[in-house]
Design a protein around this ligand. Structure first.
Ligand code: ADP
Ligand code: NI
Length: 217
């Protein structure tokens, strides 16, 4: 099979699988990550097909919406790649990227690493910051019925995990828990460049948010 045909089949599978997805993880998120990953890959020595497949398949089954099951995503991707008869070494690499690129895995021990993973991870992280990242965070917070902000639960970098588990943390706190930390976790030069700009935009947003909250004129 030609590369174009493999990518086309994958796009069809992903679009179909994500028909019901909420807007932070829908096909448009995948499309943005795919495009950003391709752009970053232009500056890196990587296998383009692996980058494209991993971008397309990376959120095929989010554990957050499958009772925390971390295996369902990589397994679903693997089954799909088997079903189209994809070369085994490529399929294995893509599966490993999906398994290892989440924020959670990056906090623990990484069992797999590759340049292709770095590119896709950067592209995914870039979609969590900047204007789109802000929109996604509030969408997710709304979905969870969280408060926008609560001055009695001040955001800080050491917020207890319990509060997050109880789903009581307002969405603004998520910026301090995760979004503002992503800039320094970027892997590639292009990723770092793009993250810098999006990070500044989030800082501006937060300053304006607090100014308006406090009734500044
Ligand atoms: P990704 O799509 O990069 O794999 P996640 O699944 O962790 O990322 O999150 C998807 C989107 O939902 C991201 O934009 C993220 O910031 C947002 N999100 C995740 N957890 C929270 C939260 N506790 N509060 C607000 N937004 C969240
Ligand atoms: Ni994603």
């Amino acid at each position: 099979m030609q590369k174009e045909e493999i990518v086309e089949l994958t796009v069809r599978f992903v679009k179909d699988s994500l028909k019901e997805a909420e807007s932070g993880h829908d096909w448009w998120h995948i499309l943005r990550v795919w495009n950003t990953a391709k752009a970053i890959a232009l500056e890196e020595q990587v296998d383009g097909l692996i980058v494209e497949l991993a971008s397309l398949l990376h959120d095929i089954a989010d554990p957050k919406f499958h009772n925390g099951d971390e295996e369902i995503g990589p397994e679903t991707a693997k089954k799909f790649m088997q079903s189209i008869g994809l070369q085994q070494d490529i399929a294995f690499h893509v599966e490993q990227i999906i398994r290892n690129m989440s924020f959670k895995s990056s906090l623990g021990k990484l069992t797999f690493h590759s340049k292709e993973l770095e590119v896709v991870q950067d592209a995914d992280r870039l979609d969590a910051i900047g204007a789109i990242g802000i929109a996604r965070a509030f969408t997710y917070g709304g979905y969870k019925n969280r408060e926008l902000f609560n001055p009695q639960i001040p955001p800080n970098l050491n917020m207890s995990k319990e509060d997050y588990k109880k789903n009581t943390a307002p969405t603004i706190n998520h910026f301090y828990e995760k979004l503002l930390l992503l800039k320094d976790k970027m892997n590639t030069a292009a990723g770092k460049r793009l993250a810098e700009k999006r990070h500044l935009f989030m800082e501006d947003f937060l300053n304006q948010f607090y100014a308006e909250w406090n009734g500044e004129k």
